[in-house]
Design a protein around this ligand. Structure first.
Ligand SMILES: *Cc1c(COP(=O)(O)O)cnc(C)c1O
Length: 366
């Protein structure tokens, strides 16, 4: 079986050494030594400041909303945030869960990220924030989104779950917005099993979030504000330190896989168009076919050969009833109906990849 993705397994010996250290210190969580070390190393590797590690990528979004005052509302307020329907459910459900109405705006047909003109059209007096997604690691139109936010006094929280290590115009994409969040779920490019992080623009927001992830506790007898438990543990950090040590190897291997797909299929299927200035991380291989029928047929043929793909992202989120915004969005629902993500991971063999490519080519020729 060829899965669509495989969690990266770093050196077991190295992981064991970190775990030995955890045993010696008898210290499993609460901003331990490994969490502090991973924070420092990630800030250095990513080229950012004000990074806060948390228990997962969904809590990263929720803590960012809280710390930036998007979700801590008075009873008579009905805050809204504009986001994309072409994303993983957590982007929108985290808003709804925290009492902020997700209002969808359509995506750009080329980059598949939020279309700034559609954001502007969706603003109401209740709009507090924009939550764009650097989908599949492509850069949103950060300049225009920034200017819309300034003009309308909105916070911007980028869901950068797919954008670990992505550069934009020579710098980390995570520097844009009031905050950018990462997911370190096992299936992501860089992972800690479960985990996540927030990169804040301002130190004060980081300080507030740091209290929030530990129940609002700031001292042995002091609880300063409303908090929750969103702390990363030492075991998670140990995995992260090991994965980070091997990240270049992982990225290089994926780049080879990604480019082989591009060469073999680039001229026959529609792909995401990378924003100018993007330094890509080769996290995903999404391809769009001519019709939904063709997409489903190709996925079935691949499955017959033991190759798993994912209709990712499908469905477009306006069709998810519990989110409460059912207005249709033409571009998002069209792309969502015709998209497949193809297998990519660092040790995907050339032979396995040839099989994927040949099955698709045969279907396209049929
Ligand atoms: C993975 C993902 C999340 C959720 O992250 P978890 O760590 O699984 O909670 C949120 N948004 C996007 C776009 C994702 O891909």
């Amino acid at each position: 079986m060829i899965p669509v993705t495989k969690p990266y397994l770093p050196s077991r010996e190295k992981l064991d050494k970190y775990i030995d250290g955890i045993y010696e210190r008898h210290w499993f969580t609460n901003n331990g030594q490994l969490v502090r070390e991973l924070t420092r190393r990630l800030e250095e590797y990513l080229g950012v400041e004000n990074l806060l590690l948390v228990a997962n990528g969904t809590l990263a979004l929720q803590i960012a909303y809280r710390a930036l005052g998007v979700s801590d509302t008075q009873p008579d307020e009905n805050p809204e945030a504009i986001t994309t329907p072409f994303t993983f459910i957590a982007t929108a459900s985290s808003l709804k869960w925290d009492g902020v109405e997700p209002v969808f705006a359509d995506i750009d047909p080329d980059t598949w990220c939020l279309d700034p003109a559609k954001i502007e059209a969706a603003i109401t007096p209740n709009t507090r924030a924009v939550v764009p997604v650097h989908v599949f690691g492509n850069a949103c139109n950060v300049e225009e989104i920034g200017s819309i936010a300034r003009k309308n006094n909105l916070k911007v929280i980028y869901d950068a779950s797919h954008a670990f290590g992505v550069q934009y115009k020579g710098e980390s994409i995570l520097k844009y917005g009031d905050a950018a969040t990462l997911s370190f779920h096992a299936t992501k490019l860089f992972h800690t099993g479960e985990g996540g992080a927030i990169v804040f623009k301002h130190k004060e927001d980081l300080a507030r979030a740091r209290k929030m992830i530990n129940f609002g506790i700031t001292g042995p007898e002091c609880i300063e504000e409303l908090g929750i438990n969103a702390k990363m543990s030492e075991l998670q950090a140990a995995m992260g330190l090991c994965v980070l040590d091997e990240i270049e190897m992982n990225l290089n291997a994926r780049a080879v896989v990604w480019q082989r797909y591009e060469q073999a299929l680039g001229h026959t299927v529609k792909r995401q168009i990378q924003s100018p200035g993007l330094g890509y991380n080769f996290a995903y291989v999404p391809v769009v076919f001519d019709s939904e029928e063709q997409t489903i047929r190709i996925a079935a043929s691949l499955k017959d050969q033991g190759i798993l793909t994912r209709r990712y992202f499908y469905p477009s989120l306006e069709s998810v009833v519990c989110l409460g915004d059912s207005h249709s969005h033409e571009v998002s629902s069209d792309i969502a109906s015709r998209i497949l993500c193809l297998p990519i991971y660092s040790d995907l063999s050339e032979r396995a990849q040839e099989l994927v490519i040949n099955v698709i080519k045969a279907e396209l020729a049929a």
